[in-house]
Write a protein that binds this ligand. Structure first.
Ligand SMILES: [Zn+2]
Length: 67
């Protein structure tokens, strides 16, 4: 659901894409803002994003252990 408010509001699908993209590369400022704005209004995606963040940390910890 994307209401036409004039501000750049992304869909849940787009928010998920951005959150998973964080695992591969740093988001641009624009992407970060769009994701943040979506997370502010969407509980489901907030939960989803936390899991991605956990994954990223876990992957990072694993990689530093490996070295
Ligand atoms: Zn959402």
């Amino acid at each position: 659901m994307t209401p036409e408010t004039g501000t750049e509001m992304i869909s849940c699908k787009e928010a998920t894409r951005l959150a998973s993209l964080q695992l591969e590369r740093q988001l641009t400022l624009r992407e970060r803002l769009a994701l943040r704005m979506h997370l502010a209004i969407c509980v489901g995606c907030r939960r989803m994003e936390r899991q991605f963040r956990f994954l990223r940390q876990a992957a990072g910890a694993w990689m530093s252990l490996k070295d």
